[in-house]
Design a protein around this ligand. Structure first.
Ligand SMILES: Cc1cc2nc3c(=O)[nH]c(=O)nc-3n(C[C@H](O)[C@H](O)[C@H](O)COP(=O)(O)O)c2cc1C
Length: 230
């Protein structure tokens, strides 16, 4: 694979950014290998701290995706608390809590899951461990020794994978849920302990008819997020 911009779709970036959304229902068809590789060739251009390129990717095809899903679902049963290489926030407060709740309700509304329907919400949460039916998943890891600097690089890389996938008409969703079960992930993919699991990304073709894909999340205005210092 070359690492030039040749044959990459040249959609205007703003159009691409506004069209991208998380896909939570996929068709089972695998993505042709050259098209999938292209996503990673493009994302490999991500800027990183002193060009360290901290990310590594374990990318699965349908057979391994199934084995990984089985291991994750078994881990949910045998190890309910899970774990993680990177400690999650203790809580989300204020606007962060509001936005988190808002995106959850948007999903449940789209799926007709009532707010008080805990079993329904749990069933939907567990779909994370089947990658929402996606045939591929990318597990992004970073050297433990690089700490937050490596995680920042990986964040940029994940964003570029999502946008590159969108540019090639491949659906995608970042999944923290997957790396909250590192034991299961390592049992299938043998990722060493000296690399921290940062994020999963499910990839495949979007099921356009599925209601889980029918809603869009909101964004704060830039007045809320950008302080301009003239
Ligand atoms: C690092 C990261 C981890 C995420 N983890 C999950 C996840 O585990 N499960 C899930 O359903 N969505 C997950 N998401 C998707 C977010 O909920 C989604 O990006 C957000 O609500 C904005 O919606 P949009 O992607 O459709 O614009 C994650 C997104 C990011 C960037």
């Amino acid at each position: 694979m070359t690492s030039t911009a040749d044959d990459v779709s040249t959609l205007n970036f703003a159009d691409l950014a506004f069209a991208r959304h998380s896909v939570r229902a996929f068709l089972p068809d695998p993505v042709p290998a050259d098209r999938l590789e292209r996503v990673f060739v493009v994302a490999q251009q991500t800027a990183s701290w002193c060009n360290a390129q901290s990310w590594r990717v374990d990318l699965t095809g349908p057979l391994t995706t199934r084995r990984l899903a089985d291991a994750l679902l078994e881990d949910v049963r045998s190890n309910p608390a899970g774990g993680s290489d990177i400690p999650p926030p203790a809580s989300y407060e204020n606007e962060y809590a509001d936005r988190r709740r808002g995106s959850g309700y948007a999903l449940y509304n789209a799926l007709g899951i009532e707010r008080g329907d805990r079993p329904g919400r749990t069933r939907q949460m567990l779909r994370n461990y089947e990658f929402f039916g996606a045939p591929h998943v990318a597990i992004v890891s970073s050297p433990a020794a690089l700490g937050p600097y490596g995680y920042v690089d990986c964040g940029g890389f994940v964003a570029n994978v999502l946008n590159a996938a969108q540019s090639l008409s491949i659906g995608a969703i970042a999944q923290a849920a997957v790396v909250l079960r590192p034991r299961a992930v390592r049992s299938v993919l043998a990722i060493p302990e000296d690399r921290h699991l940062v994020c999963g990304i499910a990839l495949g073709f979007e099921d356009l008819a599925h209601p889980a894909n029918a809603f869009r999340t909101e964004r704060a205005t830039i007045e809320e997020t950008v302080r301009i210092h003239p």
